[in-house]
Design a protein around this ligand. Sequence first.
Ligand code: B12
Ligand code: SF4
Length: 471
Amino acid sequence: MRSFFSFGKNAPAPKASSDGIKRLWLDLGEAGIFVYPAGAHDRWQDHGLGLLRTILRDKGVETDLFSLRSLKNWEELPKRLAGYDQLIMNIRSYWYPFAYKAAQTFKQVNPNGLVITGGMHATVAPHEMENVPEFDYICSGPGENTIVDLVRDPKAFPRKVLGIGAKSIADWPMMDRTLWPNPKLKDFPWPLEPECGWGPAPVATVITSRVCPWQCVFCNESSYIPNMGRKSVDQVIDELNFLDEHYGPLGSVVIHDSMFFQHPPWLTEWVEKYPRKARRRWPYWAAGRSDTVRQWPELFEALVRETNWNIISIGFESGSDRVLKILNKECTAEDNLIAIEHLNRIGDDMERAGQDPPSFWANIMLGVPGERPEDAFETMRMLKRMKRVLPSISYYAPYPGSLLGYQLIAEGKSLMSKENYHRYPNDEKLMGIDYKFYNDLMAGKYDGEINKGLNGNAKGAELYAGHLIKA
Ligand code: B12
Ligand code: SF4
């Protein structure tokens, strides 16, 4: 699929906001994603950008927008950046190499321009960014109550800014999705989003809650994202109905929350209202944990059956208790098994009743430091016990922000750098990991060994071969 437009030839002239300042919000990501064929996840839109541009627009601060994903190649970038006074970016760690390159290019073409940054990487690795002189402002933490003042009068702030957030997501304005970049691709239902195999297009991605309270050492986002209240059930349904009415008909929904299956009273209200008040009971993808599925089996079943939660993302991570302990997952291999059997049973039941059965989106991590081959075999056995599953398997990556990530970075073992985080699913992310073993495992070389631990008809290696994802 090619773009309708030839990007980069004639960059539009920079527009000034009402205060005369020319500001560019740069959407990050790999060049070419909005031009050439690319994975749907890479094409999804950035809620941080959408929310903050909505807030700015509502306060009369206009920003131009360009997406790195619309570049055919990096040589086109200087003319896209030339003539601006400010460059604004939401930087997550996996976008850091792009932001670094963009900031350098911006300064080359606008030596007096200011680079104003915020986002997850600015929150968890500000020290790394402070060493780069091209970053003029580095805002750690949430930006919703800081962004307007910061871009209006940056000189009033120190270089390192502490962002101020809302108490609750309920206080965020409804994001104007037309402020997202428009890839102008035939198969991109802008301002809605493309499907990725979870449910029919167009997809609406929404956020109902922020911050998962658990402390898994490869994630533990609650240590760096301030806790905040959840959006009300009514707000979520109103937003979906609005999107369906204005840009739909919607095909399906993705709930981006790191942990959707939390706060039983909220979930109970969702079970009660979503089937009644939503214009359609759109199927949706959302995340849970195996221990809470075990703890609240009836609530889980009600959500699956009554609200059409048909792709259940669970961070199983491993089938080995040793590795689950290393990860401080606070779930056991038994919790995982019980959750698997519960959904297998619900799915069988629904199939017998002529309904579409739900599937797992099973998040699995391989290459965790300390993992032994037998642990990885247990993990693959666990995966094979799932009757209906979309495997999401990745090699562990030491992200800054997470406890384990910080530790491995400090020990000099991370292979992720500001020039090159990772581009491909099977990139090597950590020293001391036998990636050859894992590549062989993923190619099915150890399937005989794995199937030995399973009774009956074990699925083949096609279940996971080719299912490694970028992480
Ligand atoms: C949605 C999501 C995705 C989507 C992204 C879609 C997209 N294009 O945005 C998908 C599914 C594709 C994805 C993939 C991955 N993700 Co992700 N994802 C999330 C999630 C759950 C929500 C992000 C979000 O929309 N937040 C809401 C918005 C409003 O927040 P925000 O963007 O951070 O913006 C706020 C502030 O940062 C700040 N801010 C932002 N920009 C600016 C700019 C300025 C100037 C200022 C002042 C402030 C400011 O203000 C905003 C409002 O408060 C977060 C977890 C979380 N709770 O945030 C993880 C998260 C961002 N993902 C993460 C990771 C690691 C990944 C993956 C590697 C796999 C994985 N382990 O999940 C892949 C990588 C993909 C790739 N290689 O490209 C990590 C990033 C860690 C880090 N150090 O950056 C997070 C934090 C999860 C975690 N706990 O580990 N992800
Ligand atoms: S991995 Fe999942 S359960 Fe663990 S802290 Fe992160 S979002 Fe929460």
